[in-house]
Design a protein around this ligand. Sequence first.
Ligand SMILES: [Zn+2]
Length: 131
Amino acid sequence: MKELSWAREELLRRLELLDAKLGEIDREIRTIEEGLKDIHPQAAVVTKYVSCGKKNCHCMEPGDRGHGPYFYLVYREHGKVITRYLGKKAPPRDGIPSQEYRRLLAQLKRLRDQREDILRRVSQAISSLEI
Ligand SMILES: [Zn+2]
């Protein structure tokens, strides 16, 4: 009988640890989800005509559309609008996936897997307590 209550206490202690870990993971997941909200997975590709600023260039004449078109990638990262020059050629249709976005998604998946694992261990621990 004494043996059994020791095992019970040990299991309860482990459950508490798992519960704390779960809380930690949930907080991390929420932080990442917040971060993901801020990023557009499909950043917009826009074209622009620009002026080079040289005095005698046609682009300085009124009504001239300037040089281009040039392609730019526009996306949001941590609340800031980022414009990145891509070049004179149109980028592939599927665009350029935001590295940050993919990194966060991978991190989120890892945390969710960990969460699943902990929940499984908790339910195992609970069912062994019921014996
Ligand atoms: Zn010019």
